[in-house]
Design a protein around this ligand. Sequence first.
Ligand code: ADP
Ligand code: MG
Length: 685
Amino acid sequence: MNDQTPILEIKGIGEKTARLFHKLDIDTVGDLLAHYPRDYERFDGPRQIREVVPGETEAVNGTVLAVPNIKKIRNLNIMNVLIRDGSGSMQLTFFNMPYLLKRFQPGKTFVFRGKVQTKGPALIMEQPRVYSSEEYAKFTGRLQPRYALTKGLTNQAIQKAVQKALEDYAFEEEYFPGAILEEMELTGLSEAIREIHLPRDAESARRAHRRLAFEEFFAFLLLLRKNKDLSNSLPNGYPMFETADTVRYIDSLPFRLTAGQKQVWQEIRDDMEGPRCMNRLVQGDVGSGKTIIALLALLMTAANGYQGALMAPTEVLAVQHFESVKRDTEKYKLAFRPVLLVGSMTAKEKKEAYAKIASGEANLIIGTHALIQEKVSYQKLALAVTDEQHRFGVRQRETLAEKGLSPHVLVMSATPIPRTLAIILYGDLKISVIRELPADRLPIKNCVVNTSYRAKAYQFIANQVSQGHQAYVICPQVEEGEMTDLENVADYAEKLRSALPPSVIVAHLHGKMRPAEKNRIMEDFAARNIDVLVSTTVIEVGINVPNATVMMVENAERFGLAQLHQLRGRVGRGDAQSYCIFVSADEKKETMERLEILNHSNDGFHIASEDLKLRGPGDLFGVRQSGDFAFRVGDIYDDSELLKKTSDLVDRLLDQDPDLSLEVHRPLRVHFENTDRNKVDFRTI
Ligand code: ADP
Ligand code: MG
């Protein structure tokens, strides 16, 4: 078996299972082995009930005390079981599992594993998993991988498929020279792939992570280096001059540009008027007003008779940009002839859009990935803007640029990263920073609370709504087969409806909805037809509804701080006082300390670095900071040291051997030319 072998050839996988795997984008053995665990679960030996810590997932060895008590509420079957060990007792609750009754005979002993909670003075577990002592002993002391799942495909099924695939897998020969492996302290490739899935222990999982993260960084940086050399040498193919259009637009805005915005706008004009092709990143905290900067650049492009494109990472965001551009175009008589291009449009709508793009009838094209598909051909694309660019891989950014003949490139990002990292990650770009927020912004008021505060929070939301404002409530994504204490958005919205006055309109949104449905809900929210929006993190980036003043985040402990900060950035975008309520279901000291950082700072750069200090680098089992950047294993915060070292290595390597043609580097070149995963085109280096 090799990377290209279809998974159907793995023993035990039939057509039906293969279709389920396909939903996870897994079609080949290579895809499967690159489906790395999200995290690991460690099965420690059972503990005394007296010693368990509320909030932690623990195993206890308990004897059933009495015949379980069963209650029925509508179609819910609730079974309560009291257990005891030598040190104390605990109450277990099972939902809709009546068949367990036969198993739970008084006097029988089992290992119960689940999250410990408290109910008054009592210790409880909901839906714990049940094992016999012998069964549990088999797991003890090992790390069990936990994979991203899809409905119908269990963690166990994935684990088994991986195990089977590994048995017959012909590992690629190591392609990094020994000297590099040694210098960077890396394990071999085959060991890393095996150990990321089936680690012997935490240390070996960490080593596997390091090797795979290194590989991602290495490929990324090679590509970047290529871009850098290329873009530094490109002449300005679309020289522009400033027209009255942008001046008039700025004058008619309901606000004045901040000093930071003015400065960045100046830098962009200089680029587009200057001798070289623009390659610029605009970095500015959430709410700093990056959109208007992009629009000014696009307007200058249109006014000079060219086309500009604005690519957003989600449809919701693309539609929002499009709607607001359309409004501004009419209101201020701007020179835009905008067109929208997103995946959910009908074939006919798309065809019309393609025609307008090809003929030049459209001079501003706004959309998602759809913008870079083959069918789209531009008449004279002179500026490609990507919003929240870190969500796109380098390659996607590159493809948009390739749609034109080296157009100017502008990328916008709110990812808070220290300058040293920015230089590495955006090595091919010049960086502009907007430091301040518009002056009329009141700092967001934050609080970190436990779940007992919910009722109060709802009251607070009702209050804000009665004053004409709107609110978001964020729930973590629910994955099939995941822990049950996670709040599912639909259920949550239902619960919220009954807790709020009937006049408050609650709706919900999640990632799996059809894009058209998502767009409709977002538009309704923006139009104030919805008061409270319960959502997963799909609204995380870019969404701009300045009338929303409350952001409540459930299970805040499950998010990275950088991500929470992005979420918080959805409020405080207008002149009204805004509030952020972080609800933590986990009252451990470290968790609260982490979340407190958010409480004390509204500065994204500061937050990211404080979090890193608190956790220390290389905390493999910590919360991933965010889904930023297209890395699957590597995390720019947690693995920042590795990233820096890899960057130095790549620079040195390419200085010595620019096209990797030396004998020792040949396998490296062959690998990165041919792999699907991290392919690099060496012809242009
Ligand atoms: P982000 O940088 O997060 O993309 P946006 O560009 O969406 O932020 O701007 C957030 C809000 O601030 C928008 O409603 C925008 O109209 C407004 N805004 C932008 N610049 C200013 C400014 N100089 N003064 C006041 N409001 C501004
Ligand atoms: Mg934005």
